[in-house]
Every structure is written in structure tokens, then in C-alpha cells.
Design a protein. Structure first.
Length: 321
């Protein structure tokens, strides 16, 4: 049995070094409240990132997740207004909002998985089109303005804590455990790696390639819907601009974690490191009062460096461990 090489944990070491630097330079970085805030913030994108990891491993990509987050939050706010007028409980609206987002994401998944070959439309363009459409629907429903109709208790979902742990972080842990198990201990997980490695070979071995991709893309949209509800709960509003640009940050976290855009390689644990890598950078620079514009420059540079390191060390070519 081979011993794990130090380079396999290079991103973990870089993350640890970043934490040490910010602990020494950023006031309040190591305070419990701040660390819990980091967990709360990374959890919102992290849940989608785990599913996006599986999508990218399968050789696909979904750029519509940011708009799906906004769409779900807006639908939740609209349902709250409608339910309130009829005296119905808000709790019924939560699964309805998730189901509607799942329906929308199923259309995205079906188009990409089943219609791609028929019309020769790249996945990038298809998901970009749905990004625009979902954003448009969110703005049509709200008229471009936030809908603030939630009762006070609703804030518990996105802004509350359980045993001092932020509720979104608990969602993150559950989703991480689920995908870690699926990708490493199930036949479906093995099928995802096979499809991303060589789709034609996977098909010849009896794997339904289209169904695998359809399920993954639908699941990603469903998690975007759950996240959208958590965000709406956190800010107590359904806002059509929420989630803008999230797709690029999520994909960045996945690539930083060692996944290959070519498909067939990646780790759920690596993505966990990737989302905390970005979360710590944002939090640390905010505490240091660094200009938002410089934050964008530094974040972009660090992401590029992390990706180059992964390529040099061969992490992007490593399969699950």
C-alpha cells in the first residue's frame, strides 16, 4: 500500500498557511464568532459545489446555478405572499419552491443530456441560456425589486444556529457526507467517473450516460433551490440579484479542489478545501479592510496560483482517494 505523498495535501497546507497569516494580521480572525460566520458563508455555495464537482467529473458543466438560487428565493417570497393572503402555512411553500426549482433544473438537465447530440449545442451555451432565462423569470416575478414578506421565524433557516453551529453549516455537512459516500462507495459514483473518463467506453459497458448526466444536473439545480431558500431566509427577502456570479465562484472552488474540466477526475474532499480556501481569503481581506477592488485582484491571482499548483502537482489528474 502506497503512502500518501505530501503533495497530495498541498492545498490543505496552503489553506492552513493562509489561516496562520490571517490569524497574525487580521484582527478578530480567530474569534469563534468570525469562524462560525466563515462556515455560514461557505455553506451556501458549498452545497452546490459538491454537486457541481460530480457534474464536472462527468464531463459537463452548469452555469445556471446562480440564477437558480435567485429564482428559488423569489419563488419562496412570492409563495409567502400568496399563502398569507389565503391564510395558508408558509411551511407548505418550502417544498413547493424546491420542487419548482427542481422542475426548472430538470429541463436544463434534459436539454443538456438528451438534446445536446441532436442539435450539437455545447453545454456551456445551453446552461448560459438557462442562466439568462431563470434570471429573467426572477425579475419578472418581482418587477426587479425585492419581495419582503417572510415571517420572523423564517430567518432561523438561514440565520439561525443549532448547538452554536450555523444551520446552513449543518446542511453543508449533510450534503458533503452524502456526496462523499455516493462518489466513493456506490456504483452510481463509479459510473460518474467512468462517464467523465470516456463516455463511449462507459456506454459500451452498459452505463446509461445520458441518464447519469440528467440526474446530476437535476440534483445540482435542486440543491441550488435549497440554497436559494436559505439565502432568502438569511436576508429575509426574495431578491432577483442574489446568486449573481456564484457559478464562477463555485466552479473555481471545484477546480481549486483538484477536479479536471476535462472530466473523469476530482474529489469531494478537495472541493471542501476549495470552498474554505475562497471563504478564508474573502473573510481575511475583509477584516484587513482591503479595498473591494483589490480583493477581486488578489482573489483572482490566488485562484490562478492554486490552479497552477494543482496542475504542476498532478492533483487535477488524480482520481478519488
Amino acid at each position: 500500500m502506497k503512502r500518501p505523498r505530501l503533495e497530495q495535501y498541498l492545498m490543505e497546507l496552503i489553506l492552513l498557511a493562509l489561516c496562520v497569516v490571517f490569524a497574525l494580521t487580521a484582527p478578530g480572525f480567530m474569534r469563534t464568532r468570525n469562524l462560525l460566520n466563515v462556515m455560514r458563508n461557505v455553506a451556501l455555495q458549498g452545497m452546490i459545489a459538491f454537486s457541481m464537482t460530480a457534474v464536472i467529473i462527468s464531463g459537463e458543466i452548469d452555469l445556471s446555478v446562480g440564477s437558480a438560487v435567485a429564482f428559488a428565493g423569489v419563488i419562496m417570497a412570492w409563495l409567502t405572499q400568496w399563502f398569507t393572503s389565503f391564510g395558508l402555512p408558509l411551511a407548505v411553500g418550502i417544498p413547493i419552491a424546491v420542487i419548482l426549482t427542481l422542475v426548472a433544473s430538470s429541463v436544463v438537465g434534459w436539454t443538456i443530456a438528451y438534446m445536446r447530440n441532436a442539435f450539437s449545442v455545447p453545454t456551456f451555451i445551453t446552461s448560459l441560456a438557462y442562466l439568462t432565462m431563470l434570471s429573467g423569470f426572477a425579475n419578472l416575478i418581482t418587477g426587479g425589486f425585492p419581495i419582503t414578506s417572510f415571517p420572523r421565524w423564517f430567518n432561523t433557516l438561514g440565520g439561525g444556529s443549532f448547538l452554536s453551529v450555523p444551520v446552513p453549516a449543518l446542511f453543508l455537512i449533510v450534503v458533503f457526507a452524502a456526496f462523499e459516500f455516493i462518489m466513493n462507495h456506490t456504483s452510481f459514483g463509479r459510473s460518474i467517473y467512468a462517464v467523465g473518463g470516456n463516455a463511449e467506453a462507459a456506454r459500451l459497458n452498459g452505463i446509461n450516460v445520458k441518464r447519469v448526466k440528467y440526474v446530476l444536473l437535476s440534483l445540482t439545480g435542486c440543491l441550488a433551490g435549497v440554497t436559494g431558500i436559505l439565502v432568502a431566509s438569511q436576508i429575509m427577502a426574495g431578491t432577483p440579484t442574489v446568486g449573481r456570479g456564484w457559478e464562477l465562484q463555485i466552479i473555481s472552488a471545484v477546480i481549486i479542489g483538484g477536479a479536471s474540466l476535462a472530466g473523469g477526475a476530482g474529489r469531494i474532499r478537495g472541493t471542501l478545501i476549495g470552498i474554505f480556501f475562497l471563504g478564508v481569503i474573502i473573510n481575511g481581506m475583509t477584516l484587513l479592510n482591503i479595498s473591494q477592488y483589490w480583493q477581486l485582484v488578489v482573489r483572482g491571482a490566488l485562484i490562478l496560483i492554486a490552479i497552477l499548483i494543482n496542475n504542476l502537482r498532478g492533483l487535477t489528474g488524480a482520481t478519488r482517494t
